[in-house]
Structures are given as structure tokens and as C-alpha cells.
Design a protein around this ligand. Structure first.
Ligand SMILES: O=C(CO)[C@H](O)[C@H](O)COP(=O)(O)O
Length: 219
């Protein structure tokens, strides 16, 4: 049976079919890293990439792929990234790697979000994985109190984001309406963004399973 890393590699390889040229938006995390390694094999096909984190930019450059500043790019055909959880509606919970804000920004500039996951990430309801919320440091305690009012148990992560902010990982949520919760949390003053990608879900989910890579579009 394939290991989780082998499944991640298979799905990363499958995503290359969506790489037609131009500038590619690239996510962050172990699955995205496998994608970057596959992208390097077809780098002559593309003009370059926009990175969703410093770590991704470094890996892209290490492969000789040109990294563009998002402000110098009009838009992108595709953004390719993993997720911590995803539903059949292609609503995602992301940010396990702490790059949620830049991921959301780069994804917003792309026509299609191609989500690449192994089968462990597909869930009926989001929230078992703690929901990351990026917060301006001085608002940390205020935002934590507001998140408790929403039924969560926020825990400060020992981490500073690429934007110089902190992350509260919110435990204990059962997220039955991710679109509403995404916007409710973003309304809290001091929140930069949260890891729900529901108001703009993925367009395509490539899911690596024991029976091969399956392609899902929103139901
Ligand atoms: O949102 C992310 C990083 O901020 C990642 O996409 C998410 O954490 C999944 O990571 P991995 O592919 O390592 O399981």
C-alpha cells in the first residue's frame, strides 16, 4: 500500500496536467513541495511562479524557477495548493503551515484553484483540524476572547508568520456553515484572515487514493 508521501507525490504529478504555461500560483506545505519538484521538470513550459510563502519561494528558486512578485502579475490561470481538510463541496480548511493569508491572496488572483490532497484530507465536516487564524500581535488576547464566544478553544502557536503576525489555532469547532464562519471570524478586529477557504472554494480537487488519483469538482 502506498504511503501518505507516495500519495502526495502521485497527486502532485497529476496536477502537472493543469500546467499549460504562463505564471503559476504555488501553495505551501509538503504536498505543495512535491508539486514544486514536479513543476521543476516542466519549467521550460512556464514563465515562472508566484509563491504563497518565503519557504515556497526558496524551493522554487532552488529549482531555477523564476519567482514573481504578485504586484507585477496581472493574474494567473491556476493556483495549486494542498489543504488540511476539504469537503465534497470543495470548502477547505488550510493554514497548518501558517501561510494562510498569502495563500488566500495568491489564490484570489488565480482563475482556478487546483487543490491537491491525499485521501486523509477529505472530511464530511470541517473543524477536526484546528482552524488557524492569523492575528495582529497586539490583538491576540482580544481575538482569543472573541473566538471563545464563537465556541472555539484558541491556542497560540509558537510561530511568527511571513507577515510578522501570530496564529491562534482554534480547537473544538464543528464547522457546518464554513462560508458564514469564514466571514464572521474575519469581522473580528485584529484578525488578518482565517484558514477557511469557503467563500472561494477550490475549483478542482485532485485526490490521491489507494485506487489512483480521482478528480472531483464541487457538488
Ligand atoms: O495550508 C497549508 C499551509 O499553510 C497547507 O496547504 C496545508 O497545511 C497542507 O499541508 P500538507 O500538504 O503538508 O499536508
Amino acid at each position: 500500500m502506498a504511503t501518505q508521501d507516495e500519495l502526495k507525490q502521485q497527486v502532485a504529478k497529476a496536477a502537472i496536467e493543469y500546467v499549460k504555461g504562463g505564471i503559476i500560483g504555488v501553495g505551501t506545505g509538503s504536498t505543495a513541495n512535491f508539486f514544486i519538484d514536479e513543476l521543476a521538470k516542466v519549467k521550460d513550459r512556464i514563465d515562472g511562479a508566484v509563491a504563497s510563502s518565503e519557504a515556497t519561494a526558496q524551493r522554487l528558486r532552488g529549482h531555477g524557477i523564476k519567482v514573481f512578485d504578485l504586484n507585477d502579475v496581472d493574474g494567473m490561470e491556476i493556483y495549486v495548493d494542498g489543504a488540511d481538510e476539504i469537503t465534497e463541496k470543495l470548502h477547505m480548511l488550510k493554514g497548518g503551515g501558517g501561510a494562510l493569508t498569502r495563500e488566500k491572496i495568491v489564490a484570489a488572483c488565480a482563475k482556478d484553484f487546483i487543490c491537491i490532497c491525499d485521501q486523509t484530507k477529505l472530511v464530511p465536516v470541517l473543524g477536526k483540524f484546528p482552524l488557524p487564524v492569523e492575528v495582529i500581535p497586539m490583538a491576540r488576547e482580544y481575538v482569543a476572547r472573541e473566538l471563545v464566544k464563537l465556541g472555539g478553544q484558541p491556542k497560540l502557536r509558537d510561530f511568527t508568520t511571513d507577515n510578522g503576525n501570530v496564529i491562534l489555532d482554534v480547537h473544538g469547532l464543528t464547522i457546518t456553515d464554513p462560508v458564514a464562519l469564514e466571514s464572521r471570524i474575519n469581522e473580528i478586529v485584529g484578525v488578518v484572515t482565517n484558514g477557511l477557504f469557503a467563500s472561494r472554494p477550490a475549483n478542482v480537487l485532485l485526490l490521491a487514493t489507494a485506487d489512483g488519483v480521482k478528480t472531483l469538482t464541487a457538488r
